[in-house]
Design a protein around this ligand. Structure first.
Ligand code: NAD
Length: 360
């Protein structure tokens, strides 16, 4: 099974033949005889690099660049080291950077490629579910700065994205669950059909990932194609993320980080509550969303709502000093640039805590 999803400027290949597709891409790539670099973290070096180099002979001579796994690598120090490595290892303007990993590798690698020598080509080969359905396509990259998520970055598109679900075989369960949150988000902002397909998933072990990933990429790609610069409808993809980013920043500061997707799942509870209060999302759909998220994310979490609100005030999505939310009027009917006063946001955060304590 394989399919190609066309973005405005590049293609996203999904399926079992991605190594063949990578070979085809390389034969036409302007990188020619220039050096190829593969960016990995220690986990994708161990589990994914041998598969890739086994399947794509041209990559056997590639220079391997390694960063430490995890969000801490989304830092300017890591970027500086990669700029140094690329320089010392003889990268030139035609060199190709291959980002083999999850969203951290594609965010860091995309930013490195976008800035090195004013921009070199890069491709993304996502290896986590989250990167397959979300982070690897859309052209956003970046790092955290000043304790804030994704505070610095660029819009720069890869030359191509190659999605091979074979990499999911070694992905830890907690990471599958993290990526699944973005699948849920895409379904909720897309339409009832996609939501009912996702809602039917009882556990993540027996899933036809090809279909689920294809639909999820399709949703994101359609939105990004109509608003690449994130000026209007692309903001719909931020559903759950105003709370999620603030929660991630808060928990990282308090040395108890959670996975990005787990934060998004909690964020979707809070922002579904806001969707009910602000946009009139109906009770039945909201209740289904709460139940489904509780079932897949049996988390308990302590946080101080006022501190989360303080982090929200620094969110780069805000304007005119108002905290900005992307909510849903109904399933498949996103509402961007929505606002709530602090009292209501506090209620939504307290509601999140209560929901997480309820065992489904
Ligand atoms: P991640 O890159 O940290 O990967 C999660 C973990 O899984 C890491 O430990 C990694 O080493 C490991 N891993 C990845 N693939 C593996 C495999 N096949 N086998 C074994 N282990 C594997 O995190 P993520 O969840 O993929 O991505 C989260 C990041 O993506 C966040 O920083 C988030 O901000 C970013 N993001 C970016 C965009 C975007 O549009 N640029 C969109 C969504 C999320």
């Amino acid at each position: 099974m394989s399919t190609t999803i066309r973005s405005n400027n590049y293609e996203i290949f999904l399926g079992n033949d991605t190594f063949y597709q990578i070979g085809k891409f390389l034969s036409k790539s302007r990188s020619g005889n220039s050096k190829k670099f593969i960016l990995v973290d220690e986990n994708t070096k161990e589990h994914c690099l041998p598969l890739l180099q086994g399947g794509v002979l041209a990559f056997q001579q590639a220079v391997i660049l390694e960063i430490a796994s995890g969000e801490e690598s989304k830092s300017i120090d890591v970027i500086v080291n990669l700029w140094k490595d690329l320089t010392e290892q003889g990268a030139d303007q035609q060199s190709l950077l291959v980002n083999l990993g999850g969203g951290v590798v594609s965010d860091v690698g995309g930013f490195t490629a976008a800035t090195f020598m004013r921009g070199i080509d890069f491709i993304n080969i996502p290896t986590s579910l989250l990167a397959m359905v979300d982070a690897s396509a859309g052209g956003k990259n970046g790092i955290n700065f000043g304790g804030l998520k994704n505070q610095v970055g660029t819009f720069d598109e890869p030359q191509a994205v190659f999605v091979s679900p074979v990499f999911l075989k070694t992905l830890p369960e907690v990471e599958m669950r993290s990526g699944f949150a973005e699948v849920i988000k895409h379904a909720l902002i897309s339409d009832y059909k996609k939501w009912s397909d996702v809602k039917a998933i009882e556990n993540l072990e027996n899933v036809n990932w090809f279909d689920i990933i294809r639909e999820s990429i399709w949703t994101k790609n359609k939105i990004v194609n109509s608003d690449f610069r994130d000026r209007h409808i692309r903001k719909a993809l931020n559903f759950g993320h105003t709370i999620a980013h603030a929660l991630e920043s808060y928990l990282r500061k308090n040395n108890s980080p959670i996975k990005h997707g787990e934060a998004v799942a909690i964020g979707m509870i809070g922002e579904t509550y806001l969707s009910q209060q602000v946009c009139g999302l109906n009770e039945k759909d909201a209740t289904e969303i709460y139940q489904f998220i509780r079932k897949h994310y049996p988390l308990t979490l302590e946080f101080d709502s006022d501190s989360i609100i303080e982090f929200m005030k620094s969110d780069k999505k805000n304007h005119s000093e108002k905290i900005n939310f992307s909510l849903n009027k109904s399933i498949g009917e996103p509402m961007i640039n929505q606002h709530a006063d602090e009292a209501l946001i506090r209620q939504a955060l307290e509601f999140c805590k209560e929901q997480l304590m309820v065992v489904s």
